[in-house]
Design a protein around this ligand. Structure first.
Ligand code: ZN
Length: 183
């Protein structure tokens, strides 16, 4: 959610570069404040501290969830994640170099996340069923469109879509979750 804001503000930069990896047409050549290992850790600690009054366990889990974004990017990106702003050391295992391996592994991770949530919660009403499975369906459709559709038209479009998507899916998942309860 931080990255598209920094891109639109001109603080971080991305280039549309079809073939950069087999899976993504984007060249993430400058994003140290959202995507370096050091700042990812800092964002995670900051997020955990924001929820400390919910209890230490909840705060630690939320911090780890924020940090999981960096770990998942580390698996998929080619080496373009700096250690810290200004560092020349770039990290990334490059799963995106193979379209087939990307789709298999990312779909498996998405399915695992959906199943963990589906089995650890249950709907309180019909909205709890349809809002949740509707969200899963729309996220799946967007994934397929991203994987097989044309590259984005401009960097501005990437930033706007990123912010709109982050806002929409935050509100949508909050709404669905309000209509479900712990199983
Ligand atoms: Zn990322």
């Amino acid at each position: 959610m931080v990255w598209p804001v920094l891109v639109l503000a001109g603080i971080e930069h991305v280039r549309i570069d079809p073939g950069n990896t087999a899976f993504t047409p984007l060249d993430f050549f400058d994003y140290p404040w959202s995507h370096s290992l050091a700042l990812a850790a800092a964002w995670s600690v900051l997020f955990a501290l924001m929820f400390f009054r919910e209890g230490r366990r909840a705060a630690v889990i939320l911090g780890l969830l924020v940090f999981s974004h960096w770990l998942l990017d580390f698996v998929t990106h080619r080496p373009d994640l700096p250690l810290w702003p200004g560092s020349a050391t770039m990290l990334g295992l490059g799963l995106w170099n193979s379209v087939a391996a990307t789709i298999v592994i990312e779909s498996a991770m998405f399915t695992a996340g959906v199943l963990i949530y589906a089995f650890s919660t249950r709907p309180r009403d019909r909205i709890g069923t349809f809002a949740f499975w509707g969200l899963v369906f729309v996220l799946g459709v967007i994934y397929v469109m991203n994987a097989f559709g044309p590259p984005p038209p401009s960097v501005t479009a990437i930033g706007i879509a990123g912010i709109a998507g982050a806002a929409l899916f935050t509100v949508w998942s909050w709404w669905a979750d309000r209509h479900r309860t712990s199983a």
